[in-house]
Structure formats: structure tokens, C-alpha cells
Design a protein around this ligand. Structure first.
Ligand code: PLP
Length: 435
């Protein structure tokens, strides 16, 4: 059957990269938010990235506040990280057997996250949260979990329910293809609402395996919960034998070396990490109490594995990124940059008479066109997303790349210090003025 094996017929090539991409890649992208559906227009293609700047295939330079969705805390293509990858490359790209780098990265992670006594590496944040949920179910012998509307924990079946981020941006808070029977095991509560938590634990005191939360939420825009909320969650879960999982894939090593759990002095049972710990290469991790982690294969009955888990290049990049954070301790500097951007945007919006909220902590922020401070998913959805889309394009025309969705957090890197942040503040202010 020749036809089956013949290559696709050669046709006249469409000219633009995006037109070519749309022909062979669903929606033209390998991750939905990249498609600009929520802000309109077609995405640019990146030729290279250096420091705070992306250079597009059509030769434009953009100050980047997406930072590869979080990992690039040192800016793009940092020489120390690049050198670490190049050095690892001389020894091989994948071993499928233990190597020293895995131990070093595990030791670094556990040093900065005292709640993590043991850690397992994987290749994405999605794998980290999916595996943490399986582990929590296997350890407790319970099936149900709680998540919060607007929190995104990657795209595994149990967790892609009322998720924020791309799923929300594209108007599908619940994905097709997830069996209703799976979804029933995931209870979804409003974020930042103690009484909703109390009600569930009163009704279901001993059936919940785990509560998973983004302790500061970065996937409906950026939301910092009310004081006391996370402590209440910790108390309730401990009382009911439910494991508390902090998904710090975004916030880990970004807001403080030890993530939100360090800032808020809360000890979760399990934590999920990703993004920064891979230095821009694919890495995820989940870890926590030794007695729970020992339930993982090969020590225990909960299976979890990965051909490329602990990949030597990714681990080398991650170690370099974390050592650089330890050396520079840039968190105060990053917070100054975050405040500068927040203050500039707020001043411009005030002058223009547009209601704007800019929640910000360290190097994370978002821009909500909303008269009220945003506390949860329902509030976030009341923001003016059409106005955000106009700001996005006005800023892009002025050489500043903000997240291509009203429901994503922005990220700042150490490479933004100096000229990049000054210019970005000017251009964002001008863009707000133009709205
Ligand atoms: N958890 C959180 C909080 C995230 O923000 C993300 C991705 O943005 C994930 C999990 C999933 O990580 P990944 O995209 O690496 O699978």
C-alpha cells in the first residue's frame, strides 16, 4: 500500500512561518497560549533570546515579560547556564542510569525547601503535579482531591478542571476528553474562601486525599491570598489526615529561594517544582515528607517513572540556575524592579482615568483592568480582557512583550535591571495613555 507510506505531497510553501505552522501543527503552536487567541493577531516567531530581550524572526527586539513563562529568572541565555549545559554536553545527553548531577540538584532543592526531605525529578510541572496527586492517593488510600478554581496545575486529567491559564484563556475551563467519572473525584472550590473549605471538610471529613493549591496563584493573573488563608488550609488538612500539596512550579525559587512556603512560613506535606529548577530546560520535581515519598516505587507501591527524568543537560542547567540564585540573592532587587513596573502602570492608569489593579510580589505581577482588587477567579473574570488585549498590542508595537492573555502573570528577570526596566516602564505608560 504505497499511498500509506508516501510522504505528504509537496505543495507551494505558504510564505509566513505561522501559515506554515498552522498547516502542520494544531493551531500553529505547541502550547495553546502561544497562539495569541485571547489578544487577537498572530504570534511572532522568536529567532533568539538574550538577557531581557527576544529577537523575532522579522528582526524586532522585544523586552520580554513572559520570561519563557517563568524559568528565565536570570534572563535568557545566561552565560553561566549556557556553560554548564555545554560542559554537561561533553559527557553525553542522556544516561538512563543514575548520575551525580541528580544527587546535587536534589540536595540543592532540599536545602532551600526544608519541607522537602526527599525529591523525585521528572521532566515537566505537569508530571510533577500528576505524580504528587497519585502519590497522595496511594499514601492515604483515598481518592478525592480538592483544587481551586483558577489554579492551573498542568494538564493531567485530575487537575484540568476549572483550571486557569490557557484553558481559561481559550474559554474551555474544562477540557473535552476528561471522563466525568475522573472529574467527580476532583472537588473544585473558590480560591481564598475559608468558609468553602470548612463546608467541604465538615461534609467529607475523611475522604479527601489531598488539597493542591498554587499558594500564590499565577494562572488567572496573579493573586495573593488573604492573610491567614493558607494557615487555615494547613490547619484543616492536618486535622483531617489530608495531604497539603503546594504547587510551587511558578513560585518556587522565584518569590524566595524557598518559595511561598518560606514567605508564609507554612509547611506543606508535598511540593511541586518546575520552571526555574530546570534553568530553561525541561525539568519538574515533586517532594516532601520522607514517609510519604518512600511510598514511591521502587521503595513503595506508587509507580512513577521517566526515560528522561534527571536528564544530565537539564539537571546541569538547573544546578547552575540555583547556584547563581544562591550567589546573587537577587530577591530584593527583583522586588524593586517589580515595584517600579507596578508604580509606573498604576500612575499611567490613574492619569488616564482607567481602573487598574497591579498585584505584585517580587518578580511576579499582573495587570487587571478592574475597579476592585482581585481575590479569586470570579473577580478575575470581571476584568476588562478586551482592554487588556488593546494594551498588549499597544505595548508590543512599542517593543514590550507582555503575556498574551489577561489571565497570565508577568515575570521579571535580573536582566531587566537598568535600561530594560526603565524603557519598558516608559513604553507601558505610553501604551496605557494610548488606550
Ligand atoms: N503548575 C503551575 C503552577 C504552573 O504554572 C504550570 C505551568 O505553567 C504547571 C504546573 C505545569 O507545568 P508544565 O507546563 O511544565 O507542565
Amino acid at each position: 500500500d504505497n499511498e500509506r507510506f508516501s510522504p505528504n505531497p509537496i505543495e507551494a510553501q505558504p510564505t509566513s512561518l505561522f501559515a506554515r505552522a498552522e498547516k502542520r501543527i494544531p493551531g500553529g503552536v505547541n502550547s495553546p497560549v502561544r497562539a495569541f487567541r485571547s489578544v487577537g493577531g498572530t504570534p511572532f516567531f522568536v529567532r533568539s533570546a538574550q538577557g531581557a530581550t527576544l529577537t523575532t524572526e522579522d528582526g524586532r527586539e522585544l523586552i520580554d515579560f513572559v520570561c519563557t513563562w517563568g524559568p528565565a529568572i536570570h534572563g535568557h541565555n545566561h552565560p553561566r547556564i549556557r556553560a554548564a549545559i555545554a560542559d554537561a554536553l561533553t559527557r553525553g545527553t542522556s544516561f538512563g542510569a543514575p548520575h551525580a548531577g541528580e544527587v546535587e540538584l536534589a540536595e540543592l532543592i532540599t536545602k532551600f525547601f526544608p519541607s522537602i526531605q526527599k525529591v523525585r525529578l521528572c521532566s515537566s510541572g505537569t508530571e510533577a503535579t500528576m505524580s504528587a496527586i497519585r502519590l497522595a492517593r496511594g499514601f492515604t488510600g483515598r481518592d478525592r482531591i480538592i483544587k481551586f478554581s483558577g489554579c492551573y496545575h498542568g494538564h493531567s486529567d485530575s487537575l484540568l478542571i476549572k483550571a486557569g491559564s490557557g484553558a481559561l484563556t481559550h474559554g474551555h475551563p474544562d477540557s473535552a476528553g476528561i471522563p466525568a467519572a475522573f472529574a467527580r473525584e476532583t472537588l473544585v472550590l473558590p480560591y481564598n474562601d475559608c468558609s468553602a473549605l470548612d463546608a467541604v471538610f465538615t461534609a467529607e471529613p475523611d475522604t479527601i486525599a489531598a488539597v493542591i493549591i498554587e499558594p500564590y496563584c499565577g494562572n488567572v493573573g496573579f493573586i495573593i491570598p488573604d492573610p491567614g488563608y493558607l494557615a487555615h488550609l494547613r490547619k484543616l488538612t492536618a486535622k483531617h489526615g489530608t495531604l497539603l500539596i503546594f504547587d510551587e512550579v511558578m513560585t518556587g525559587f522565584r518569590l524566595a529561594p524557598g518559595g511561598v512556603q518560606e514567605l508564609e512560613a507554612i509547611t506543606p506535606d508535598l511540593s511541586c517544582l518546575g520552571k526555574i529548577i530546570g534553568g530553561g530546560l525541561p525539568v519538574g520535581a515533586f517532594g516532601g515528607r520522607s514517609d510519604i515519598m518512600d511510598a514511591l516505587a521502587p521503595s513503595g507501591p506508587v509507580y512513577q517513572a521517566g526515560t528522561l527524568s534527571g536528564n544530565p543537560l537539564a539537571v546541569a542547567a538547573g544546578i547552575a540556575a540555583l547556584l547563581l540564585l544562591e550567589e546573587l540573592n537577587p530577591y530584593a532587587q527583583l522586588d524593586t524592579l517589580g515595584r517600579q513596573l507596578r508604580d509606573a502602570a498604576l500612575a499611567a492608569a490613574r492619569a488616564k482615568g482607567i481602573p487598574l489593579q497591579v498585584p505584585q510580589c517580587g518578580s511576579m505581577f499582573s495587570l487587571f483592568f478592574n475597579a476592585e482588587p482581585v481575590r479569586d477567579y470570579a473577580n478575575a473574570l470581571k476584568s476588562d480582557a478586551a482592554l487588556y488585549a488593546r494594551l498588549f498590542h499597544a505595548a508590543l508595537a512599542r517593543g514590550v512583550y507582555l503575556a498574551p492573555s489577561a489571565y497570565e502573570a508577568g515575570f521579571i528577570s535580573t536582566a531587566h535591571a537598568g535600561e530594560a526596566i526603565d524603557r519598558a516602564c516608559e513604553q507601558i505608560s505610553a501604551a496605557i495613555h494610548e488606550l
